[in-house]
Design a protein around this ligand. Structure first.
Ligand SMILES: NC(=O)c1ccc[n+]([C@@H]2O[C@H](COP(=O)([O-])OP(=O)(O)OC[C@H]3O[C@@H](n4cnc5c(N)ncnc54)[C@H](O)[C@@H]3O)[C@@H](O)[C@H]2O)c1
Length: 252
């Protein structure tokens, strides 16, 4: 028995990093998954790896309402419904003081994280089965912040407000809505942030970040995926409206 037997999940940003690690775990636990993302080659390769019986995919920009609606229609046509919505797509944006932060890039970072999650929830809730689960990937900087990341941290905080609101709206249907807050996790996305934030080469930048984490290391994408699985499955059947930090003790 898998913990997601007969469940259907849609994962945004499912072609890489945390999204792909979660797709692998969900399929291993019995789910069928739809990967919605930007990079066609990676989406096709991921679906191929997961197997055509278990996975489908679409090139979907989460900031484009018609593309979000089309991806949701594709999932329900192919798999007959939807039980888990993992809103995970993200971009990091510039790391500069607010006085130098390009306004169009600020807008873009907010669009991907906040408008993207909003559109997924707005159009996903009507097709999500009662008793379903929504998980939004925020970040530790959705609960605290650092200099230079006004766009990313504002977006990640904004997702918490969206989550809390929709958790109340969806509770009567038994649908749970939570945010997950990873600390530094070993993906290309995070390596790029660390190089830009420190000005050091990748290995040294990673060690500088390790030194800020009480457990002394980055998370693996698979470790984050296991916490997403907890929120997606009946193991968390009475958990809604929460912010789950998975950060090796960074926020204590
Ligand atoms: N890696 C970390 O340390 C870390 C820590 C905290 C939070 N996060 C968050 O985790 C999530 C996944 O990040 P990751 O580390 O796996 O990096 P990643 O770059 O592998 O994943 C991000 C994914 O989002 C997709 N994406 C970006 N813009 C999109 C759009 N407009 N529409 C659809 N898809 C889009 C990308 O194609 C990519 O597949 C992000 O929301 C990120 O902010 C990551």
């Amino acid at each position: 028995m898998g913990r997601l037997d007969s469940k259907v999940a849609l994962i945004t940003g499912g072609e890489s990093g945390i999204g792909l690690a979660t797709a692998r775990l969900f399929v291993a636990e019995g789910a069928r998954v739809h990967l919605a993302g930007l990079r066609e080659d990676l989406l096709a390769a991921a679906a191929d790896e997961l197997g055509t019986a278990a996975a489908s995919w679409s090139v979907t920009d989460v900031t484009e309402e018609d593309e979000v609606i089309a991806a949701l229609a594709q999932v329900t046509d192919r798999f007959g419904g939807l039980d888990v919505l993992f809103s995970n797509a993200g971009v990091s944006g510039p790391i500069v003081p607010i006085t130098e932060f390009p306004t169009d890039e600020f807008r873009r970072v907010l669009d991907v994280h906040i408008l993207g999650a909003f559109l997924m929830l707005k159009h996903g809730l009507p097709v999500l089965r009662d008793g379903g689960s929504v998980i939004i990937t925020s970040s530790i900087v959705g609960l605290t912040s650092n200099s230079g990341i006004s766009g990313y941290a504002t977006a990640k905080h904004g997702q918490v407000g969206l989550m809390r609101t929709v958790a109340k709206e969806a509770a009567a249907r038994g649908i749970r809505v939570n945010t997950i807050h990873p600390g530094p996790t070993d993906t290309d996305f995070q390596r790029d942030i660390e190089i830009r934030a420190t000005g050091a080469a990748a290995d040294q930048a990673a060690r500088l970040f390790d030194a800020m984490i009480p457990m002394g290391r980055h998370a693996s994408p698979a470790e984050i995926a296991r916490s997403v699985l907890y929120l997606a499955s009946d193991d968390s059947s009475f958990v809604t409206g929460t912010t789950l930090s998975v950060d090796g003790g960074m926020i204590i």
